[in-house]
Write a protein that binds this ligand. Structure first.
Ligand code: NAD
Ligand SMILES: O=C(O)C(=O)C[C@@H](O)[C@H](O)[C@H](O)COP(=O)(O)O
Ligand code: ZN
Length: 364
């Protein structure tokens, strides 16, 4: 088992990664000595692993559990309110600890509940998806609004992240693919060698050794932890973690939350950002090579035909990086090195139309 430290201005916490990392949970809880523990999970994770976790925790402390419906629709005001009400009814207090046991949806929702319940109680992330190598680290917690992804949230760091790789054994292929998009993102923004490792060694996610999977997770977390340690609140550097998300989030929201996976949308967003980088940067990136690789993996590589460019650009205008109506796109100078550029709504509209036209094979 490996551990990585995340250091922010006022917190420092470990991320434990590997087979049987879950054994780190009991000592962590002993140290926190909670009055009560609330486990939040979703129905898929609960069915498989819920009772095991309750057994571990309830041996030590009074325990209760709240199960949300799986999927993006649970990152909602309604579930936020239900969870807060449940916590109050169960008598949680400021000495209580909340465990987020699941993928990014459970992690983001639970983290936001922890950030706001009685103005903040400690929580621990226990991720169960590949994507959550990203979402469980760094303290961005949020729920969605129909107008945009993660619009209501906070920066609130967990006390620890316990990432036991055995949970990944039951992850469906499309969820592995979704998480892989964020792994690729981490490589593209920060490490050319990591990108080459992924490009050369991973073309079929169903045929992935546990060693390769662990390398991907560890390298991704190291990159994320390093960026977050330098800029917890996204005053500058942290924006690079949003590579592929300005368009990706717009597609996700336009499709209807949960209809397309976060990773699939980010993959389309990264391709657009790479195409845009080639248009505006001196160094040329291997756009076609990356697109063919993405197709092999099974990612969608273009925007769904039914989505209107107008609506997507409206959503992109509400992106959290937008300031004074200037939409900010994270771009690549070269693989492993980022830059950024801003665009007006009209500029982005015509660029998106151009890219969509080219993808349809139209001569422009
Ligand atoms: N906070 C951040 O920094 C950050 C980073 C990246 C993504 N996100 C957010 O994360 C969310 C996506 O997370 P996700 O992809 O983990 O989705 P998710 O939590 O919806 O999990 C995906 C699916 O896999 C199921 N599942 C989870 N673990 C399983 C397991 N071990 N075995 C079988 N099934 C399992 C879930 O029930 C769900 O149906 C999005 O809302 C995205 O915005 C947040
Ligand atoms: O941690 C970050 O910072 C990220 O941007 C990571 C992203 O993968 C993640 O999807 C995040 O939730 C997006 O944040 P948002 O601020 O654009 O909502
Ligand atoms: Zn993301």
């Amino acid at each position: 088992m490996k551990s990585i430290l995340v250091k922010t201005t006022d917190s420092i916490y470990p991320v434990y990664v590997g087979d049987n990392a879950i054994k780190e949970l009991s000592p962590l809880l002993l140290e926190l000595n909670p009055s009560k523990v609330l486990i939040v999970t979703d129905n898929n994770v609960d069915e498989r692993y819920g009772s095991d976790l309750v057994k571990i925790v309830s041996k030590q402390f009074p325990t209760c559990k709240f199960v949300v419906k799986n999927g993006e629709s649970s990152k909602s005001f309604e579930l936020f309110y239900e969870l807060q009400s449940f916590a109050l009814k169960q008598g949680l207090d400021r000495k209580s600890v909340i465990l987020a046991f699941g993928g990014g949806v459970v992690g983001d929702l639970t983290g936001f509940v922890a950030a706001t319940f009685m103005r903040g109680v400690p929580y621990i992330q226990i991720p169960t998806t590949l994507l959550a190598h990203d979402s469980a680290v760094g303290g961005k917690v949020a729920i969605n609004h129909p107008e945009g992804k993660n619009m209501i949230g906070a920066f609130y760091q967990p006390k620890a992240v316990v990432y036991d790789s055995k949970f990944l054994n039951s992850l469906p292929d499309e969820e592995l693919r979704s998480g892989f998009a964020e792994v690729i993102k981490h490589s593209l923004i920060r490490s050319e060698p990591f990108y080459h490792f992924l490009y050369n060694d991973v073309s079929d996610l169903r045929d992935l050794s546990s060693e390769k999977l662990e390398t991907m997770i560890l390298e991704g977390i190291k990159i994320k932890a390093d960026v977050v340690s330098h800029d917890e609140r996204e005053l500058g550097l942290r924006e690079i973690l949003n590579f592929g998300h300005t368009l990706g989030h717009a597609i996700e929201a336009e499709a209807g939350y949960g209809r397309m996976s976060h990773g699939d949308c980010v993959a389309i967003g990264m391709l657009f950002a790479i195409w845009l980088s080639n248009k505006f940067q001196v160094n040329k990136l291997p756009y076609e090579e990356i697109k063919i690789w993405f197709e092999k993996i099974g990612f969608p590589t273009s925007i769904p035909a039914e989505q209107s460019t107008e609506e997507l650009v409206n959503k992109m205008t509400k992106d959290k990086k937008t300031k004074s109506n200037q939409i900010k796109m994270i771009l690549l100078q070269e693989i492993g090195v980022t830059t950024s550029d801003t665009f007006t709504k009209d500029e982005l509209h015509s660029l998106l139309e151009e890219w969509r036209g080219l993808e349809r094979g139209e001569k422009i």
